[in-house]
Unconditional design. Structure first.
Length: 626
């Protein structure tokens, strides 16, 4: 018998001990309110049932109005009017009553649910009412106004010449197929208040996989549950049935129970005795297995995401295509935190940059973030994702090729032969980066926080136009919300806003964190050197932003010797804007739209802001030129 099998045997005994030792827990059906959907396995209701009453990923909650809610990782919360346990279908709607608005961004990635029997539609903004001669188009009242009528049209109907002349495209959406069976489920009262009419798509249907226990179990008077706290296996049990082999009103029952108690006590004693001997070995084996399980989970997560993402623009390539595209990875352009970048070429001769992800450093979230974020947007100052590959554990991203690589190569030159950027060009690059950030913050359906603005992530095309890249740490959230929740520090030290790691308030940060990072980028463009981190303990290192502020506050120039008249003024303007961006309090930092106005304004018109480094030690400010 191998060490692995012995350890597994010991672990099984220990799990049996845990199961026998804990009291049998019943999970009664609950609901948020009378008439609401009954919540039972595989679902569980937060704050009203223990998590062990449901299967992972099936969490529900109650709103302040006692509506049943479900939350999806990338789409937010939805109401749940009906759960059909027999058909394994859950109906979801918009709590605000406009499901069509939510369909544009609805994705069930990261959840155990799949879309059920989809029909493909497009949303159209029309200047006049569509005639009923198009039976596969319907008006969406909650998105329409007196001047703009929003219709959903079946994909084939959209290509009608009449529609193309009078309407313009808004978005692709998918609607779940509904039939008379759904009308019965969504019709709790005679007034047809929940009736599903294709003209008013108030609900969508999602399905989940059969977990090995369901309707048959309830028909027999039993209930479904997990076999144990640490198990994902499901069983059917009846808490009122006596144990097998024991009948009521018979003398031998006491003897059998006593024997059962003795067996239980012996098993508990054995499991406690062997636990200490096998714990370390078990942990090592479980760690190795967890690495394999984690890799498998990442593959499943990415596969699920790609199924939901297949209708968007970027092309999906096989990894064999990637190898051919890069000529077997012949020309390496650089090395990043999560993989290597190679030069490639499409079949039509267009050059591309191919980023091959390192699976040992990436958990799949970076790949999903990159594709889901940058794959949906197009802006002159954001690098374009042309395609991607996800074959098993091999993942790659295909971008437009940037001839001049990244900004850090020019502001931190490794040798004197690299051409130096003029102050006018540096100002143009700063404005371009700011416009890219403004688009991420304001130009998309959802606000996008980049979280890693730095010179290495600013790419330059053949005309030195900047493009923001690397969205592996990006996070999306609604524009109407001023803060976004994070669970860990995101970004690169030296560019991270102080509220993220100084306040101890990891959880809620605002879009002003990108403004702070942009300010640190401006300092590096002005100084041609990397900034010293605020957190360094070696205070003999000069903090360049502090030195810049002290020089400007005392009325001294920055010692810039430009080749043209006005170069010193550009350097001063970039420095003042940088100081505004790195203000210690986020509320004192301007929004990125104001930053653009500052950068495009006339020279000498910017006031000097308060000292953002007043809370730091005065040692750095007493030093001479760095």
């Amino acid at each position: 018998m191998t060490l692995q099998s012995v350890t597994a045997f010991h672990l099984i005994i220990f799990l049996l001990y845990l199961r026998h030792g804990e009291a049998e827990k019943s999970c009664p059906d609950v609901a948020c309110r009378e008439g609401g959907p009954s919540v039972r396995f595989p679902f569980w209701l937060k704050d009203r049932q223990p998590e062990s009453c449901g299967y992972p990923g099936f969490e529900l909650s109650c709103s302040e109005r006692n509506e049943t809610l479900i939350e999806f990782p990338y789409s937010g919360q939805f109401s749940v009017p009906v759960i059909d346990y027999e058909m394994l279908i859950i109906y979801i709607g918009d709590p605000q009553g406009c499901m069509a608005r939510r369909l544009k961004n609805l994705t069930v990635t990261g959840s155990p649910f799949t879309n059920y029997w989809l029909d493909y539609y497009v949303l159209l903004n029309c200047s006049s009412r569509i005639q009923r001669s198009y039976p596969e188009t319907f008006l969406i009242d909650c998105l329409s106004s007196s001047n703009h009528l929003v219709y959903a049209a079946f994909s084939s109907t959209y290509m009608s010449l009449d529609l193309l002349f009078s309407c313009h495209f808004i978005a692709n959406v998918t609607l779940s197929y509904m039939d008379y069976y759904d009308r019965y489920l969504l019709e709790p009262t005679p007034n047809f208040s929940y009736f599903y009419d294709p003209l008013t798509p108030n609900f969508a249907k999602l399905s989940w996989e059969f977990l090995g226990c369901g309707f048959d179990c309830h028909e027999k008077g039993g209930k479904c549950r997990l076999k144990g706290n640490n198990s994902l296996q499901v069983e059917c049990f009846n808490e009122y049935s006596p144990p097998n082999g024991i009948r009521q009103n018979e003398g031998p029952i006491i003897k059998q129970k006593s024997a059962g108690h003795i067996i239980k006590e012996v098993s508990i004693g054995i499991s406690i005795g062997i636990l200490t001997l096998t714990l370390m070995v078990t942990l090592i084996i479980l760690y190795l297995r967890s690495r394999r399980a984690e890799a498998e989970e990442n593959r499943k997560k990415i596969k699920k995401f790609l199924e939901d993402f297949r209708s968007l623009n970027p092309t999906r390539y096989s990894f064999a295509d990637i190898q051919k595209m890069t000529n077997e990875f012949k020309q390496k352009l650089g090395q990043g935190g999560y993989g290597s970048v190679f030069k490639g070429e499409l079949e039509n001769g267009v050059p591309v940059a191919v980023k091959v992800l390192d699976n040992s450093k990436s958990n799949g979230e970076d790949f999903i973030n990159e594709v889901s974020t940058i794959g949906r947007i197009h802006h002159v100052n954001v690098v374009r994702l042309l395609g991607y590959s996800a074959d098993e554990s091999d993942r790659a991203l295909v971008y437009e090729f940037m001839l001049n690589k990244s900004l850090d190569k020019f502001i931190f030159p490794a040798n004197s032969r690299r051409p130096k950027l003029s102050w006018g060009k540096l100002q143009d690059i700063a404005i371009g980066v700011a416009r890219g950030i403004e688009y991420l913050h304001q130009g998309c359906d959802q606000r996008i926080l980049h979280f890693d603005i730095k010179p290495q992530n600013i790419l330059l095309d053949m005309d030195f136009n900047p493009k923001i890249s690397d969205f592996g740490l990006a996070k999306l959230f609604p524009k109407k919300e001023s803060v976004v929740s994070i669970t860990a520090v995101r970004g690169t030290m030296g560019y991270i806003a102080p509220e993220v790691y100084f306040s101890g308030n990891i959880g809620n940060v605002s879009y002003k964190t990108d403004v702070y990072s942009f300010g640190m980028l401006l300092f590096e463009m002005v100084g041609g050197r990397k900034n010293k981190d605020l957190t360094v303990e070696n205070t003999s290192q000069v903090y360049f932003p502090q030195w810049v502020y002290d020089r400007l506050a005392s009325g001294e120039d920055l010692g810039i010797k430009g080749e043209k008249d006005g170069d010193a003024d550009i350097a001063k303007k970039l420095s003042i804007v940088a100081i505004w961006c790195v203000q210690w309090d986020p509320s004192d930092r301007p929004p990125i739209s104001t930053v653009i106005q500052m950068l495009e304004g006339r020279k000498g018109s910017l006031p000097l802001p308060p000292d953002p480094f007043a809370s730091l030690s005065s040692e750095a400010s007493d030093m001479n030129v760095p």
